[in-house]
Design a protein around this ligand. Structure first.
Ligand SMILES: [Zn+2]
Length: 434
């Protein structure tokens, strides 16, 4: 086969891809990379550095992609698989710069929630249950990552542990609140047992308690009828509840819960509620009607969350002919960028086109469409742990190696940058080589 036929055929392939992905289709949106490449094999969650939990998103082009502590997709090969399912997942609310409530005595909800969660875990393990914490240290972790951990572990019960702020209305009883998933009997019963146990345990102390109208058990909703709290909304199908033992904003209550023995009492109450949920049909108590209040504190997003480095950057080299390299350089120069940047941008453009509304699902390229990624002029591109996800997802989508998909992106960029005035000029060339 004459060597010069390769290039027109490749251009034709890229034209076909561009036309395919930008064509508005009546079929459902098939965005690139939405499929889970896990194939049902391999662990669904692993423990990474410092024992942080990293749900596995999938394996793409041979590379494992996990959801980072900040809830972003990163490449990560190592880690220890976590054997699920577990009985209970406990979530110490807040973390890192998201402090939650702060008592006048300096007690920070972020830290208190963790102290109580660790004690609750120990108490549940004494009762024979397997328990995993979403975080076992001070970590900035968005809600969606906490929910992803829960979904990966598929526990029989999930409880997010909090302590409240804001109430000023005096009360004879602790202002304990529990929230459940709307229209879910299991979640509602779990919340009812948490309220019952935790309020009873704190009632053994006399302090001038405060409460709000929401003392008791309810579902907090936003229209049309969905849970306001992300840890409940994003874990549907798993019985989940939030418990707010008392009000840290009330100085006497903050003093009380600062005592380790009171933290232990509350933790044992939470453990007892979960144990009763798992081993009895007890209904719980304190139920109120669901109420609509879509407002949240605005925390729990990934904003400002900084991931640690889980994987080193990787460098992928792709070869070009002298002629190809010359046009790459010319295109990069016109765009005021480097050739390496152009290759990376090409891969991102493949993703962008595939993600367009109406884009047809990307198909693996046929053998004669695979770009020849070897040549005398090598270009090496460095990809960090988050960028690698785009690279391997695109490689998987097109059925290519990482080296080849860099080539495809490069050809696409040169092609787009040199689009002729009319498509007709490009068309005849494609069919002439044979
Ligand atoms: Zn909180």
């Amino acid at each position: 086969m004459p060597r010069r036929t390769r290039r027109p055929r490749l251009v034709a392939a890229v034209v076909g891809i561009v036309l395919a992905v930008v064509a508005v289709s009546a079929s459902p949106v098939g965005a690139v990379g939405n499929g889970n490449g896990n194939g049902g094999s391999g662990p669904s969650i692993v423990r990474g550095p410092d024992d942080v939990l990293l749900p596995v998103v999938g394996t793409f082009a041979g590379s494992r992609v996990v959801s980072s502590t900040c809830g972003r997709e990163v490449a990560f090969e190592g880690g220890t698989p976590v054997d699920g399912p577990v009985d209970v997942v406990l979530d110490p609310g807040h973390g890192g710069p998201e402090t939650g409530s702060v008592g006048v005595n300096g007690l920070v909800e972020r830290d208190l929630n963790l102290l109580v969660a660790v004690r609750t875990k120990a108490a549940l393990e004494e009762l024979g249950h397997t328990v995993v914490l979403t975080r076992d240290r001070d970590l900035h972790m968005p809600i969606r990552q906490r929910a992803a951990i829960v979904r990966s572990l598929e526990p029989r019960a999930f409880v997010s542990i909090h302590h409240n702020g804001g109430a000023v209305k005096r009360s004879d009883t602790p202002g304990t609140e529990a929230f459940h998933q709307v229209d879910d009997d299991g979640s509602r019963r779990l919340a009812g047992l948490l309220f019952e146990e935790v309020q009873a345990s704190l009632s053994g102390y006399w302090v001038p308690w405060v409460r709000t109208y929401h003392q008791g058990v309810s579902a907090r909703l936003r229209p049309p009828r969905t849970d306001t709290y992300g840890v409940l909304r994003l874990t549907r199908g798993i019985p989940a509840a939030i418990v707010e033992g008392l009000y840290m904003s009330n100085p006497p209550e903050a003093e009380l819960i600062a005592l380790p023995e009171v933290q232990e009492v509350e933790a044992r109450a939470i453990a007892s509620a979960i144990d009763r949920f798992l081993s009895t049909d007890d209904p719980g108590s304190g139920f109120k009607d669901p109420f609509f209040d879509p407002h949240t504190t605005g925390t729990g997003t990934a904003r400002g969350c900084v991931d640690r480095t889980y994987s080193p950057s990787t460098t992928i080299a792709t070869g070009f002919t002298d002629e190809e390299h010359a046009s790459l350089e010319a295109t990069a120069r016109r765009m005021g960028r480097s050739v390496e940047w152009l290759l990376k941008f090409g891969v991102y453009t493949l993703k962008f086109l595939g993600d367009l509304p109406g884009a047809e699902p990307v198909m693996a390229l046929a053998d004669d469409q695979r770009p020849d990624a070897y040549g005398p002029e090598a270009v090496a591109v460095e990809w960090d742990q988050a960028e690698q996800v785009v690279l391997v997802r695109m490689a998987e989508a097109y059925g290519l190696t990482r080296t080849e998909v860099q080539k495809l992106g490069a050809v696409l960029m040169v092609f787009l940058a040199n689009l002729p005035p009319t498509p007709a000029e490009a068309e005849p060339e494609a069919g002439t080589s044979d």
